[in-house]
Design a protein around this ligand. Sequence first.
Ligand code: SF4
Length: 449
Amino acid sequence: MGMTITEKILARHAGKTTVKPGENIWVNVDVLMSNDVIAPQMIGVFEEQFGKDAPLWDADKVVMIPDHYIFTADEKAHRNIDIMREFVSRKGIKHFYDADFLPAGFKGMPSPYPDPQKTSYMGVCHVTLPQKGHTRPGEILLGTDSHTCTHGAFGQFATGIGSTDGAFVMGTGKLWLKVPPSMKFIFNGEMPEYLMAKDLILHIIGRIGCDGATYRAMEIVGETIKSLNIDERMTICNMAIEAGGKNGIIPADDTTIQYVKSRTDKPFEIFESDKDADYELVMEFYTPELEPVVACPHSPGNVATVKEKSDVKIDRCYIGSCTGGKTTDFLAAAKLLIGKTVKVDTYIVPATTEVDADLDRCQVDGKSLREIFISAGCKIGPASCAACLGGPKDTFGRANEPITIVSTTNRNFPGRMGHKDAQIYLASPLTAAASALVGKITDPREFIR
Ligand code: SF4
């Protein structure tokens, strides 16, 4: 029996020739990432268990990145960043994307970076790591954040871990893992211009449910997937966790290689599933037949077609996060918003400072994305997780009232974006932009002729 891409990567990192689903193995980790929400706890566990002066397994393989609670006056949020800084400097961690506009011990709301291209700060971890060349095919990348599965878009094994496991990896470079069984999802046919990767992953979750892939490797393949750029592939793997997946993975191809080589000189290895590999489930979709969809409150598995929900009035549109705040997401939204005015409050939050700079660099019909959004009446915030997970009350775009929001984020559990009674509909950037123009959940085909 052959092996899947996930099994091959795990076997290689366990020093074995084969592994089987259900087998427990020790793996050597290539990259460990942590952010301002979990790093302070992880550092605490590390110092308690290994000792305050203990060395890291490899300071060059640890990436520390403040991204969640940055633009807030909350003092505890600022303290978390200070804890990271002190640890990074004491341990000689090189890859630290510091919020350099927020001085140590600062009190109050920080002013954002004046220029997105002149700051060490990057923003959301899952978009930063690929942009900075930390995400490479064939490797194992672990992060203390559940959406670390995003990085599977590069043909690597990537998954989220807790602060205790993170501390263990920081001290040893190893993790005890159970090999997950694999499921294969195949998308064939050409991608219609009214669909985005968000629709594809919501179709999967709508079919199998939020626990449909619990502790499974979700391998996503097919000619449609091969036609997608890296941003779109990341959107799909980002939401593997919303189906309970241990990891999402898309085999690396020329698109991946080109992207990775433009970001790093480090060598990498490409793995492919064997033809006779075993899958617990194989599910096929013919992409041209798929409709734009939304995930209705309060679950990413509560999927309906956009048309079925076209009578739902919205109060706000939110386009941002690691799922829907990448350059491709804003290009798609701008194509619909150009020359028009939004009918509801519309928040634009670039995932990273690189994406923020792209709002000026990228154009639609001779206008920059920033110009298009501003003249459409949108509010643009600095790069960060912002209201994707609510955050402190002064967070940009946070739902402080029980309002209805169409959002390009990945979770809509009660309270996820702030108020516990807010109604969050998860959608593609195209659907979000169309809905912003009408004030109701709207099929993007109404604006794409
Ligand atoms: S943007 Fe949202 S989902 Fe992504 S890392 Fe930040 S809080 Fe998590």
